[in-house]
Design a protein around this ligand. Structure first.
Ligand code: LLP
Length: 436
């Protein structure tokens, strides 16, 4: 992945830095991000739009990994930003991210979160439901302040890796149904509003998608709707947001497309559909999360205890687990790995890599092909940059790991490891109530 290679010591190297040295310097478990790869991906998406000469925004879907440092890099790369909570928004503001390029998502934004979005004057709010329309009308009127909005719709297309299914109706907690009149009602309630400025439609059809067909179909449906509204009312929606979901390679079985291929497919369909409908070409916005940070991230663990179940399997336990990567336990997600300090050794053994949480399901990789392991080895698990740290917990009161960025032979701590003191930081004592 990216700048990874094996150096003269036979160690894994990332961003010109020896992974074994990183583990020594910062301890384990450790998230290491190859920032050059993040930049490369961001630029690849943007370049494809530039070359097609079409208006666009590429927003980093920061639920995949949110921290001040990644927001700063995203800003340097001229990305826009998708946030989904007051917490992500606050972090972005603290990072100095340009407010006008922040898009606020979520299916149950609180009044306080929406107020915060107005107060800070962010770029747009992606409106999910009728309750939210009501809240936005009230806030914008009270404040006499305009706000750009997109309507999130569910087009009845669901994509899962290589397949997609189309359903007339979609049973999803998100968005206005495009097929049963809900989206039309939402349009009716917003497009003439004094303060709410309707920019267009948004959809997100799934994650870890490996082809362009579902995106094309979604683009067709959404433009169809925007052009129908144009015909009926004369109102022109200038933006089409097709969400994220571009797949990445976790293991050798995954066959993702290049970022440019996903984008080219979308642009082609948008151009064709808009031309056929005699509808002015909208800007295309996308929201990649996983495909920007996923394979840029690697987790380094230290191997500890081992156990053999004779005739069945060998377990090797590492010093993290479902507390820093819940994806294997939650989704059955697969990962690949390598022993960073024995990167060239022959892969003669099979191990199940277990975490240290008190749960038998806390396994990171089943049946990993590795060299013979010893306590103290540094195991690197690849492609953990998306939804790893951001979904980490303190289960079993484990401290969340540190995060380091590497680039051009330099390394920098960007999120400190939690301490034991941090773990009890919010705790208060309880004193037995005394009846008076
Ligand atoms: N836009 C919207 C509206 C989304 O809901 C999401 C992801 C994205 C963009 C970014 O999707 P991406 O490009 O990262 O696939 N925790 C799960 C993934 C949940 C994705 C939720 N929405 C996982 O670990 O696989």
């Amino acid at each position: 992945y990216g700048t990874q290679k094996i150096n003269a010591q036979g160690h894994l190297e990332i961003g010109g830095t020896d992974a074994v040295e990183l583990a020594k310097t910062y301890g384990t478990p450790l998230f290491v991000y190859d920032i050059a790869l993040f930049r490369e991906r961001a630029q690849a998406f943007q370049k494809t739009f530039e070359e097609a000469g079409i208006g666009y925004q590429v927003a980093y879907a920061s639920k995949a990994f949110s921290s001040i440092a990644i927001y700063q890099v995203a800003a340097e790369e001229n990305l826009s930003l998708d946030v989904v909570s007051g917490g992500e928004l606050y972090t972005a503001l603290k990072a100095g991210f340009p407010k006008e390029k922040i898009h606020f998502h979520g299916n149950n934004k609180s009044l306080e979160e929406l107020e915060m979005a107005f107060e800070e004057g962010i770029g747009c709010i992606v409106v999910d439901n009728f309750h939210e329309i009501g809240q936005l009308k009230k806030i914008s009127k009270d404040r006499k302040q305009p706000m750009n909005i997109l309507l999130r719709v569910t087009p009845g297309i669901e994509a899962h890796t290589h397949d997609y299914i189309t359903t007339g109706q979609e049973d999803s907690k998100f968005g206005f149904d495009l097929n049963n009149g809900q989206a039309d009602d939402a349009f009716g309630q917003t497009h003439e509003h004094k303060y709410l400025k309707l920019l267009g439609l948004h959809c997100h059809i799934g994650s870890q998608i490996f082809d362009t067909a579902a995106f094309r179909m979604a683009a067709e449906k959404l433009i169809g709707k925007m052009s129908a509204w144009h015909g009926e009312t004369g109102y022109l929606c200038p933006v089409l947001n097709l969400g994220g979901g571009f797949g990445i390679r976790y293991t050798a079985e995954d066959e993702p497309l290049e970022p440019s291929v996903y984008v080219k497919g979308m642009i082609e369909t948008v151009k064709e559909t808009a031309a056929a409908a005699v509808f002015p070409l909208p800007e295309i916005w996308i929201e990649p999360g996983r495909s920007l940070v996923g394979d840029a991230g690697t987790t380094l663990y230290t191997v500890g205890s081992m156990k053999e179940v004779p005739g069945t399997r060998k377990y090797a336990a590492v010093d993290g687990g479902m507390s820093d990567n819940i994806r294997p336990a939650l989704y059955g997600a697969k990962y690949s790995s390598l022993v960073a300090n024995k990167a060239e050794a022959a892969l003669t053994e099979h191990y199940t890599i277990a975490g240290k949480c008190c749960e038998s399901g806390d396994k990171l990789i089943e049946d990993a092909e590795l060299p013979p392991l010893e306590a103290g080895d540094i195991l690197s698990v690849f492609c953990t940059g998306a939804y790893g740290y951001s979904m980490a917990s303190n289960y079993n009161r484990l401290a969340r790991p540190a995060v380091v960025f590497v680039e051009d032979g330099g390394h920098q701590l960007v999120v400190k490891r939690e301490t034991l003191e941090d773990l009890i930081g919010q705790d208060m004592s309880y004193r037995k109530q005394v009846k008076s």
